[in-house]
Design a protein around this ligand. Sequence first.
Ligand code: AMP
Length: 507
Amino acid sequence: MCGIVGIVGASPVNQAIYDALTVLQHRGQDAAGIVTITEGMFKQRKANGLVRDVFEVKHMQRLRGNLGIGHVRYPTAGSSSAAEAQPFYVNSPFGLALAHNGNLTNAKELREEMAKRARRHINTTSDSEVLLNVLAHELDSIVEDELCEKQVFTAVSRVHKKIRGAYAVAALIIGQGMVAFRDPNGIRPLVLGKKTSDENPEKMEYMVASESVALDAVGFEFVRSVAPGEAVYVTEDGQLFTQQCAENAAHNPCIFEYVYFARPDSIIDKISVYGARVNMGTKLGEKIAREWDDLDIDVVIPIPETSCDTALQIAMHLDLPYRQGFVKNRYIGRTFIMPGQTQRRKSVRRKLNAIDVEFKGKNVLLVDDSIVRGTTSEQIIEMAREAGANKVYFASASPEIRFPNVYGIDMPSANELVAHGREVDEICQLIGADGLIFQDLEDLIVACRESNPEIQTFETSVFNGKYVTNDIDQDYLNYLDQLRNNDAKAVQAHEEVANLELHNEGS
Ligand code: AMP
């Protein structure tokens, strides 16, 4: 998952984009980048690392201008090399820079088509660079002289027809403005905000971002979520245009945003992430009461932090004490972001520590938002036993994750998923729990839909294997598996180190 932000302001936007990226940091800790426009030129800084490490004062001083976009990356398709940090840039037409969250499912075909038909070379393995080139190609074929909003929207309509998958995009066009759009299924989130300029009260400033918390953080007022398939175009001088650019737009937001990815204080598609997590607790509490009434649970303990709201609600529902028995070290990254299973294993213990008194001699119910590979849960259960727990039960706020994700979440290989092809008893045994309970998918959907019943279907493929874009077959899953499996990551990492060494030798 990645985070994107774009602002057209009436004064410099570098600080606001930086601040917005820091509150979107949970969406990706692998790389960060900002591009601004000043005096008809792009200014850019991007590199691997956290926002606070990538941007130094000297970079911020160079990022001048009243228009800009930013990105935090979580690697999905493509490697995690610095060359693939975003935003990406092409020089024609006008000069374009683009930031993308999601994954294109036909990137391979598009890459070939771009090379053959448009003679456009794409220099990285990133699908986002492909997307940028498709947009550039479409704009190029439409614009004759001056660019107007109609042409921008025509280009986005054509892009929608060509590309498939999940995408939320913010792009800058030199001398023109910023365009942002969301895929026709609305899989990845995108919100629009506005604010009166502090410097010039006559002027309105506009911002788009992956999550509404980014607007809150920099003083923009939340306007609404960008609709699936819709495009937003803001000219350099601050005029806003919006248009639906997809013929068959549907609303199928990714349910995993509510389970895990988004910050609880965000509102996505009129659904409070916090509210959805509390509802997940009610639903799971009901299931535990229904199916596990013989269980002798003494205390409910969350695996911090995503599951805290859910676990508290379960405890309230079951009339049990809730205790924060694990302490999280806030100063290391999320474990799954680090590539490779070995690193992932090691980092769980570096990330969490148990408070023995909450475990000693007790039957504990541990609650997590999800079980993906099973490494975290296995180790946490072990830690609970080492801390003296008598029985260790485990509850997951989401159902069994059995299928790969093709829309931008790093769950690429079915074989890496502990629930793939396994029943609950087997998973329970593998992670070493005395009892394991998963949320039912219907309940998860009810929990999320409560505050926006207009949403009929969520993107839930990791739980049921139904891919809303209807273009996913076994060949594609195999291709993705190859591209992204742990071995491929290890080889890539090795190559990157080798490349680095070569560069160092030469310099
Ligand atoms: P594990 O089952 O060991 O892969 O770890 C699952 C934990 O990682 C859960 O606590 C989730 O909060 C978190 N998580 C969520 N999404 C992912 C993901 N895409 N890959 C790995 N872990 C994730």
